[in-house]
Design a protein around this ligand. Structure first.
Ligand SMILES: [Fe+2]
Length: 186
């Protein structure tokens, strides 16, 4: 099958009705897509993987099933193994080596996109003027967006080999054009 963004969106939205989960998928897609462009990689493929990374979360909200049981669904739908493996690799509990740039990028963008999104939701202009410094400050407040694993944010940037401030700034920049779709003001 052709790995396209639009096929991935179709699979995602068949299994995910929740608006916040769809928005999260879009935020991660934007961030990963931005890196694909920067790295000169296959943007369509990378975007598809990003959209699919949590497609089964609504169906399998617990880590004994997500994302491993989702993988069977992807295989049944005919998604190639490269997509399935990249999706699986974002889950820390599966301990799959992140041995490609796509896997490293997905992991680095997943929690951080969620966190930047959360930062934007409490600002009057969303992420329009959000800066890395203020994101870093919020990362140090454990009660803010408490569900975001800080260690994964820091490790993600490290594994990707990009300075944290630069990584935050790249993610913000990638998410800005779709701020309205993400439910952010500004
Ligand atoms: Fe995610």
């Amino acid at each position: 099958m052709d790995v396209t963004r639009s096929r991935a969106w179709d699979t995602l939205t068949r299994y995910t009705q929740s608006e916040p989960l769809r928005r999260h998928a879009l935020a991660v897609e934007a961030s990963v897509g931005g890196y694909a462009r920067r790295f000169g990689e296959d943007e369509e493929f990378w975007r598809a993987v990003a959209l699919l990374h949590g497609f089964d979360y609504e169906l399998h909200p617990t880590l004994d099933k997500h994302p491993q049981d989702g993988a069977s669904i992807l295989r049944e739908e005919g998604w190639p193994e490269e997509v399935v493996e990249a999706v699986l690799s974002h889950a820390e509990h599966l301990a799959i080596p992140r041995d490609t740039r796509l896997k490293k990028t997905l992991f680095a963008c997943d929690e951080l996109s969620g966190f930047v999104h959360a930062c934007g939701l409490v600002r009057p202009d969303g992420i329009a003027t959000l800066e890395p410094k203020s994101v870093r400050k919020k990362l140090k407040q454990p009660s803010f967006a408490a569900g975001v694993h800080r260690d994964e944010v820091y490790r993600g940037a490290e594994e990707l080999g990009i300075d944290l401030d630069e990584h935050i700034s790249n993610v913000i920049e990638s998410m800005r054009p779709i701020a309205a779709e993400l439910g952010l003001r500004g």
